[in-house]
Structure formats: structure tokens, C-alpha cells
Write a protein that binds this ligand. Structure first.
Ligand code: GLC
Length: 802
């Protein structure tokens, strides 16, 4: 331990007064007497970057998180000088910088304070490692709330908490455990019903203190690197989240099958066991698309090998599974077994691709295969090599997805559970130690895997899943939340983690349904499936050492509940796929916590359980045993109970009774929800019609439907179909206008339009302004079967003259 007296310890240091100000295009540099420079860059009117150095010059500007393909631009930028402050004004905000000490305050155009430095930027020299511990403190206002930060297993509102960002293998983690697997140094502040965001793009170990240590201060700091953060102004939380997601990037459309149900276990082997599992799904008619091979498929846990005793002919097996609609996903870990007879090891050794200790030897650590070396994925040449390794798995054998695990990176039997800090990394030509590269290691592995799978799966789309991730990883990969536990508390955690990941730009995420460690009761499993089908990634996984965790490991009632909810997910596939399209195009989170849905309503600021699945389906899981229903908050607006179709007015807390085979689900009035017929796997059937479930409203509502070939890249060439439905309901008539874009032609050509809550009996139908014979289209009391290409569908009550 180094004590203050041994060194010339200066403690916290602060910027002195500004001596010089200089503007270069969209950036303004403020230089102080003690060599601090603050560079403010205006990327958009509501997106400002703050970068500080204490050396009098900036080091190379490099970030793995920022998506360089995204465009930015502002409309207005004006720098003015006052007596005590400099002022930067854009079309959205006014940023004041104090001449005396560089403290920053940001206001909206009406002069309301949005975010204000307390001490602001300060630092402590790091004598041990060099560089600085960089710190920032902001004022936390009365009633201010904090959200986001990735996979944190804490209450959704982080006010009063301190969290740490250091990717960590946390087997059987618990509520409030810190740190976890992922690192997303992005939070959303909400004050006076106005939202803003902070993204602290620094890959060193970072901490955020949300009014925990001191009630009126929120601070964040890093053990090295630069104070480098982005400020995003809302005032709508939606704008903060979409801007953040735009900044750090969006994924491509996933193949639709990845939105189906996945079954996993550590591990299914040999081949006959895998087939027994997949056949059972078909026999019980529980839809399923993904089947996983965990580490035991390999030869002694060597990546890119097969255990030929368990899997004598993987290519044939994968093909047979594919014939039955199953896509095979295999695990690949970063640890490469030290074995001079193993080709991957030999290649990496020859090419000098493994991470090294500071003094030269390769970094050695134990993982599943025993002693391993680890590729340095922060080296572009290594990533390229790694990508090439997937040829056999993907192109030859036909594996459809790759699951990257243990990439925090996890090391066994060492106190820190990871690499020693002196390990060297290339960091894309910015050489550094593990202190800086640790948090990004998993993302670079997933990125290299993505490049490889994409190359060899082409013209189909790749599918990657990762355990560790840093901001921006969503461009390459989906994720899951690691080794959770089969407990009711973990069901609560899973619900929060998925909502939080969604508003942290990484929406394609799921939990191990039923829990990884320990054994769920049938009831817990049922409740977890009921929530899990509403998570963007939906997979049952378990450690396998506590018994079975397939739906049929439980009683008949649980099997029925599983089937019912997985079928519901498959019906909702077009709705889910459309949610994905909104995420891919506009960065819109797929799950929306209540506070995101209605930040004006302060009742939502501390809600944790209820969330919006997409824009129009409200879900509230049952999180306790023996429940006959639950109390919940129904947000403002009017809703239909999905099970009873009862219409109900929101903005209040209420008791909702539900049977064991239900959870509270509400549909927003006016919504048009597209449904596919039930399939056992994506693409099983070509259908002649799809249904539109229409929930009557007196007034207007917009809904959308996105479709394409469900795989491949033709959608980038305009071969997609995007319909916008405008619903308009009156007392005795309803109009649905459809606006279609894109060149994709769907197989089906009919819509089965089902109306709920219609206050009149259908007496008249007009399609594109022409009256049609009722008996040609009316197929049920409130049900029409119509050609899908209408632009206007009008229905009216009997006897209503138009
Ligand atoms: C890790 C993963 C888990 C996997 C196991 C064996 O614990 O988190 O999902 O099953 O390793 O590969």
C-alpha cells in the first residue's frame, strides 16, 4: 500500500482559471493556467461531448463504443463571453462554463437548469500506474431520479446507490451485487420531469455514485484514462435513449428465428440426447427454434473441435436438426487450451496472437480446459484470424449461431477472477494494460465472432450471444444476463435487468429462464416463462447439475402454461419483429419501463414491475408464489385486459385477478396488433392470412407492421414491407387507413381483422371507398376477412348513412 507521506501526494486537484479560449469548427477549447484543457464538441443541438486533459494536450482520440458510421450535425452554435462565464448556445441547450474554475452548468432554452457541476472535473494523480484518477461531481436535485447502467441487479431507479463497472464473472449473483458482467457507463437523469443522459466513455474501472455518499451529489470517476463524457438532452427520455443508441450504434435485423424460443442446458450430449430433446418439443407441440450445445460438445473443451464420441458426424446432425426446424447454436470461449498438438493453439502461438504479461511471457490462466492462453481480441489482426476460424463451424457444418461466454474475461482459481492488471493489449494500436482493456475484452471477442459468423453465414444473417459487453456491443451481438439463480428474487431481478438493458441501448437480451443455478419449482418456472416470452431474447438455460429444466420436467399444468405462452410469443412474432425494426432504425428500446412510457406521471418514477412490450402491450409479471393476481399500476390512458377484453381506464393502482395460467397483460386502446398463425418454428408454414387484432378506441392511434424475408439482407435493398395503420374510431364507425412502404411481397394476401370493444354491430363495410357485400367479408360477429392491400377500411353501424 502506498501511503500519502511516502509520495508527494497532492490529493484532489482542480482546474484553475481559464486563460485561453479557441474555437475549431464544432469544438471549443478552454485552457487553464494549470494545463487543463476542456474540449466541448457539439455533435447535435442536444448532444455535447466534454473531454478533459490535465497535460496541456490531448492523447489519441479512440473509442470502441462510438459508432463511427452514424452521422451527426447541429443547427445552431454560438459562443459568447460574459463577465464570469463563457456561454455555448445551441438550438436545444445553453451551456455555461465558469472562467474561474471551468465548472459547467447546462440549461434548457427557458433557463431551467438541467445539469450542473458541483466540484465538476477534478483528478488525483495515479503515482502507482501513471495517469490520473479522473473524477466528476454533479449536483443532485431534490426529487431527481436515475436510470440505465446496463445489467445492474438493483431497483430500476438508482437514486441512493453506488455502482461499479468492472466486467465480472458473478456466478449466482444476488440483488444489488456489484459489479456484474456488463459495463454500460450510461445513465439517464430525470429532474422536474425533464430527462438528460450522461455517457462516460471510459473503459477503465468506473464508479457512479447516485446521491449515495452525499445526498445532493452525483459523481462518477475512473481509475485511469480521460474524463470524457457525452451529455444528451431530452427532455423526453425517449430522445435521450435513442440519441445514446444512435451514438453507440444499433444492430442489424436479426434472423427472425432468433426471436423464437431457445432451449439450452449445460450440456446436452451425446447426439441422441439432443435429438430426444428436440423431438420432445415437436411431440408436445411447444414451439422451439434454437437448440444449444454447451462446452461438452468439444474435445476436452478445445474451441473449434468436436468430441467425436458424443457427436460422430456433426454436419449430419446439424442438418437433421435443421430439417426439423431447429437451429444449432454452439458455445465458444476465449481460453485456448495450452496443447502443442491443438491446431488453434499452434496457429495463435506461431502468429504471436496471445495476450502477454508486461515482461513478456504469455498470460496463462485456468478455465474449463485447464491452463489456457487468451487471444488479444483488441488487436485487429487477431480479430481477423479469429473470424476465419468459424469457417468449418458455420460454412461446412451449418451451425447457425455462436454463444460467447467467459469473456469478462473469467479466470478460475485467482482472487480477482480475471487477468492480472499488467497484461498488455494492442487496443487497436493504442497499447495499454489490462486495466484499460478489461472492460472491452468481451465486446471485442464478440465483434470478432460476429465478423466470422457473418462472413460464413452470408447471405443469411449471423447470430451471436455474449455474456460480457461494453457500450456499443449491441452492434454485433445479443446477450444474456449470466449465471442467475432459480429463486423468486431472481425473477424480479430478470425483469429489471431486461428493462434496464433495453433503455441502455442493448435490448436484445434475455435471462436464463427458470434460473441457471439451483432448481426451480414448477410454479417458478411457469412464472418465469410467462415473463420470459416478453423478453427480446427468450431462452431456458440451466447448469444441469440440479436436475432437468425442460418444460416437461414439471407437471402437466406447467407444460400447458409453457405451451400457451410460447405460442403467444409465436403469434406475436410480427409485432416483436416490428419492435426490432424500430430499434434497428431509430434506436427505440423494445421494452419500455413505465417511467419511459410516461415520465410526466411521477407515479411511474419508482415503478419496477410493469413495462411496455413494444409500444402497445403492457405486461406485469407475477413475482410471488401462490398468487391469485396482484396489485399493479396501470399507466395513464385506456387499456383492454388481454384475457377478458374488459376496457379499463389507467392512471391508477389496481388489483388484477389472474389465474395460474395468466399474468396481467393489457393492450393500449386503438392498437392494431398483428398476429401470425402458431408455428412450431419460424418458417414452418406459409400462411394465407395473418390477423390484425384491433382494439377499439374513440379517437386515434397509430400502429405499424414490419416484414421482410425473415433472414438475409434484401431488406437493405428495399425488399421489406412496412405498413402504418392509422386507426380512427367514432361512436358508430371506424376507419383504418393503411400506408405501405417497401418492395417486399408477403406470401399471404388476406388480413383477418378482429375487433375488440366495438360499441356497435357491423352493418356496413367499405374498402377503398367502395361498399362491399357484408357477407363477402364478415366472417364472425366482429371479424372481417379482407384483402391485405387496402388503403382505407371503413366499417359502420347498421343504418348509419354516410
Ligand atoms: C458459464 C456460463 C453458463 C454456461 C457454463 C458452462 O457459467 O455462464 O451459461 O453454461 O459457463 O459453459
Amino acid at each position: 500500500m502506498i501511503t500519502n507521506t511516502e509520495l508527494e501526494y497532492k490529493g484532489d486537484q482542480y482546474p484553475s482559471a481559464v486563460l485561453e479560449v479557441k474555437q475549431e469548427a464544432d469544438s471549443i477549447f478552454f485552457s487553464t493556467g494549470n494545463n487543463v484543457i476542456l474540449k466541448v464538441t457539439v455533435l447535435r443541438d442536444s448532444l455535447l461531448r466534454f473531454r478533459y486533459t490535465t497535460k496541456g494536450y490531448f492523447s489519441n482520440d479512440f473509442s470502441y463504443a462510438i459508432d463511427k458510421t452514424q452521422s451527426h450535425g447541429y443547427n445552431f452554435l454560438e459562443l459568447t463571453e460574459g463577465t464570469d462565464v463563457y456561454q455555448i448556445k445551441t438550438n436545444k441547450v445553453v451551456c455555461m462554463i465558469r472562467k474561474a474554475d471551468l465548472r459547467v452548468a447546462i440549461f434548457d432554452l427557458n433557463g431551467n437548469i438541467i445539469l450542473e457541476d458541483e466540484s465538476g472535473f477534478h483528478w488525483e494523480e495515479n503515482y502507482h500506474f501513471g495517469g490520473n484518477i479522473v473524477k466528476m461531481s454533479k449536483i443532485s436535485h431534490e426529487g431527481e431520479s436515475y436510470y440505465g447502467m446496463g445489467d445492474k441487479a438493483s431497483h430500476s431507479n438508482l437514486k441512493g446507490k453506488r455502482v461499479e463497472n468492472w466486467a465480472m464473472d458473478q456466478y449466482a449473483f444476488h440483488k444489488d451485487q456489484e459489479p456484474l458482467y456488463k459495463v454500460v457507463p450510461f445513465y439517464i437523469g430525470l429532474h422536474n420531469k425533464k430527462a438528460y443522459g450522461i455517457f462516460f466513455d471510459n473503459t477503465f474501472r468506473t464508479c457512479f455514485d447516485f446521491a449515495h455518499e452525499r445526498r445532493n451529489i452525483t459523481s462518477f470517476w475512473a481509475e485511469g484514462g480521460e474524463m470524457n463524457y457525452y451529455f444528451i438532452y431530452g427532455p423526453d427520455m425517449a430522445d435521450v435513449v435513442t440519441t445514446y443508441t444512435h451514438l453507440t450504434g444499433k444492430p442489424e435485423m436479426p434472423p427472425m428465428w432468433t426471436l423464437g424460443y431457445h432451449q439450452c442446458k449445460w450440456s446436452y450430449y451425446p447426439e441422441s440426447k439432443v435429438k430426444e430433446i428436440t423431438s420432445k418439443f415437436r411431440e408436445l407441440r411447444i414451439p422451439c427454434d434454437g437448440i444449444y450445445l454447451d462446452i461438452d460438445y468439444m474435445e476436452g473443451f478445445r474451441c473449434f473441435t468436436w468430441n467425436k464420441e458424443y457427436f460422430p458426424d456433426p454436419k449430419r446432425m446439424v442438418a437433421e436438426l435443421a430439417e426439423d426446424g431447429f437451429k444449432t447454436v454452439v458455445i465458444i470461449d476465449p481460453g485456448i487450451k495450452i496443447d502443442p498438438n491443438y491446431w488453434v493453439y499452434k496457429e495463435a502461438l506461431e502468429k504471436d496472437y496471445f495476450c502477454k504479461r508486461a515482461d513478456g511471457p504469455y498470460m496463462k490462466g485456468k478455465v474449463w480446459p485447464g491452463e489456457c492462453n487468451f487471444p488479444d481480441y483488441t488487436n485487429p489482426e487477431v480479430r481477423e484470424w479469429w473470424a476465419g476460424l468459424f469457417k468449418e463451424l458455420i460454412a461446412d457444418i451449418g451451425v447457425k449461431g455462436v454463444w460467447n461466454d467467459m469473456n469478462e474475461p473469467a479466470v478460475m482459481e485467482v482472487p480477482g477472477k480475471t487477468f492480472p492488471m499488467d497484461v498488455r493489449h494492442d487496443y487497436d494500436g493504442n497499447p495499454c494494460s489490462h486495466r484499460k482493456a478489461h472492460n472491452i475484452y468481451g465486446t471485442q471477442m464478440a465483434r470478432a465472432t460476429y465478423e466470422g459468423v457473418k462472413r460464413f453465414a452470408y447471405p443469411k444473417r449471423p447470430f451471436i450471444i455474449t455474456r460480457s459487453a461494453y457500450s456499443g456491443a449491441q452492434r454485433y451481438t445479443s446477450s444474456w444476463t449470466g449465471d442467475n439463480v432459480a429463486s423468486w428474487e431472481h425473477l424480479w431481478i430478470a425483469n429489471i435487468q431486461m428493462q434496464r438493458m433495453s433503455i441502455s441501448g442493448m435490448g436484445f437480451t434475455g435471462s436464463d429462464i427458470g434460473g441457471f443455478a439451483e432448481q426451480p419449482s414448477g410454479e417458478l418456472y411457469a412464472r418465469w416463462i410467462q415473463l420470459g416470452v416478453f423478453h427480446p431474447f427468450c431462452r431456458t438455460h440451466s447448469s444441469g447439475d440440479h436436475g432437468e429444466q425442460e418444460p416437461w420436467s414439471f407437471d402437466a399444468e406447467v407444460i400447458d402454461i409453457t405451451r400457451k405462452f410460447v405460442e403467444l410469443r409465436y403469434k406475436l412474432l410480427p409485432y416483436l419483429y416490428t419492435m426490432f425494426w424500430d430499434y434497428v432504425n431509430d434506436g427505440v428500446p423494445m421494452l419500455k419501463p413505465l417511467v419511459y412510457f410516461d415520465q410526466e406521471d411521477i407515479q411511474t418514477h419508482y415503478r419496477t414491475d410493469e413495462f411496455l412490450f413494444g409500444n402497445q402491450i403492457l405486461v406485469c409479471p407475477i413475482l410471488e408464489p401462490n398468487a391469485q393476481g396482484r396489485r399493479m399500476y396501470l399507466p395513464r390512458g385506456n387499456w383492454y385486459n388481454y384475457w377478458t377484453n374488459e376496457w379499463i381506464c389507467g392512471g391508477k393502482e389496481l388489483w388484477v385477478s389472474t389465474a395460474y395460467h395468466e399474468i396481467p397483460i393489457f393492450i393500449k386502446e386503438g392498437a392494431i396488433i398483428p398476429n401470425y398463425p402458431i408455428q412450431q418454428y419460424v418458417g414452418e408454414k406459409k400462411f394465407e392470412e395473418i390477423s390484425l387484432e384491433v382494439y377499439y378506441k374513440e379517437g386515434k392511434e397509430k400502429s405499424t407492421l414490419y416484414e421482410d424475408a425473415q433472414d438475409g439482407y434484401d431488406y437493405n435493398k428495399g425488399r421489406y414491407s412496412h405498413s402504418t395503420f392509422s386507426f380512427r374510431g367514432k361512436e358508430k364507425e371506424v376507419a383504418i387507413l393503411q400506408h405501405k412502404e417497401g418492395k417486399f411481397v408477403t406470401d399471404y394476401n388476406k388480413y383477418r381483422v378482429r375487433f375488440y370493444g366495438l360499441p356497435f354491430e357491423i352493418g356496413k363495410v367499405q374498402i377503398d371507398n367502395e361498399e362491399v357485400n357484408l357477407k363477402d367479408v364478415l366472417v364472425g360477429k366482429n371479424e372481417l376477412l379482407v384483402d391485405k392491400d387496402f388503403t382505407e377500411l371503413h366499417i359502420a353501424a347498421k343504418g348509419l348513412k354516410k
